[in-house]
Structures are given as C-alpha cells and as structure tokens.
Design a protein around this ligand. Structure first.
Ligand code: FMN
Length: 197
C-alpha cells in the first residue's frame, strides 16, 4: 500500500501542508508507505495542448511530472491539498492537473470535424485509487469551485473520491490548522481508516 501526498501550497508549514502530512501519518500508522511532494519545489511545465496523444507515454515533455505520473498511477491513496486562490486551486495545483489531461488522451477519428461519433477518449485502464481533498481558504470560503476542479481531475484519472477536509483561516499566517486541533486529528483518522487501520 502506498499513500501519496501532493501539497500545492507554496507556504512552508501551511495548514494545507500540515493536513496532507497528517493524512499520510495516519496511513503510515496503518502500515502504508508514504511519499510527500511539495509541488512548489518541482519543475512542472504548463500543459502545451499538443493536440496529439502521447500514448503509450504520459506526455511528450519530461520534467518533474515524470515522477508524479509514476506515483499517481501506482499509488493506492492520493491526498491532494491546495490553498484556495481566487476561488480555485493554486497555480501549483493547476499545473499538475492540466498535465494529466493525457492520462485519458483524446482519440480523434478520421475526419473528426464532421464525424458524428465526435472525439473519444482512451481508457488506459488505470486502477482505482482512493482520493482525499484538503482545502485551505478564508473565513467565508465555500470551496465549491476548488472542489469541483479536484473532483473532476480525480474522475478523469479514475481516482475515487474518499473524503475531504476544509480549513477556514482568518489570516495569511502559516499553520492555522493547529488552532483547530480537531482537523489534524480528523486528517490522521481519515488516513488510518483509508489505509485499512
Ligand atoms: C493569491 C491569493 C489568492 C487568494 N484568494 C482567496 C480566495 O479567493 N478566497 C479565499 O477564501 N481565500 C483566498 N486567499 C487566502 C488563502 O486561501 C488562505 O490564506 C489560505 O489559508 C491559504 O492556505 P495555506 O495557508 O494552507 O497555504 C488567497 C491567498 C492568496 C495568496
């Protein structure tokens, strides 16, 4: 069992980072191996919308996504955490999400412009993985836009939504989740439960 943490907050010690890490710790307590990525430290090119399927590769470009693809595909639990920036996920999160478009590449039929079949998408037969969403935003944030983006991403690559933790803070100070001690506990319990503990 492998649990992968993807933290899309650029702030060291942020609530987002801490809650992703707590889910991983919970999963580890139930015997899972864990791996955490801070996306801000990675080198991820924005999707170039090549218009061609890179299959059987994941993408025509090689950068930090090479390792992310590996773990997104092979992991059993994916914990995706993002702060809310302008009502949606952070740029760090969006870079990764867009680069996963070709994990379900489009198949353009011959003469697709006029084809009644339209564009189809190749199912790569990715195994089902469990997905956790961690969101961190301001006091009045509803998280609906960011949630829709991450849930759509999960669905696209066959990750089954398995839980969400939302953190509302009232300042830009890092690590506000410690002031809500129930949240790290919930995060730990969720990781433990999903890993079978
Ligand atoms: C560029 C930027 C845009 C933001 N936009 C929003 C927003 O639209 N809605 C919101 O509730 N908070 C917004 N915030 C506040 C962050 O969501 C908030 O500070 C959050 O706690 C960050 O999470 P983190 O500390 O885990 O990184 C924004 C912050 C930044 C830096």
């Amino acid at each position: 069992m492998m649990t992968i943490g993807l933290n899309a907050s650029p702030v060291v010690g942020s609530s987002c980072e801490m809650l992703v890490r707590r889910v991983l710790e919970g999963a580890a307590s139930a015997g899972s191996k864990t791996l955490m990525f801070n996306l801000n430290d990675l080198d991820i090119l924005p999707c170039q919308s090549c218009g061609e399927s890179p299959y059987p590769m994941n993408c025509f470009y090689n950068d930090s996504m090479d390792e992310i693809y590996k773990w997104l595909i092979e992991g059993d639990i994916i914990v995706f955490g993002s702060p809310v920036y302008f009502d949606t996920v952070s740029a760090q999160a969006k870079l990764l999400i867009d680069r996963c478009n070709c994990l379900r590449p489009a198949i353009f039929p011959t003469g697709s412009e006029s084809s009644p079949e339209g564009v189809k998408f190749l199912d790569r037969g990715l195994k089902k993985r469990k997905g956790v969403i961690i969101l961190s935003g301001g006091q009045r944030q509803k998280f609906d836009c960011a949630r829709t983006v991450i849930k759509g991403f999960f669905k696209w690559i066959n990750i089954v939504f398995a839980g969400e933790i939302d953190m509302r803070g009232n300042s830009l100070r890092a690590g506000l989740a410690v002031e809500r001690p129930e949240l790290p506990e919930v995060a730990f319990a969720l990781g433990k439960m999903l890993a079978g503990g």
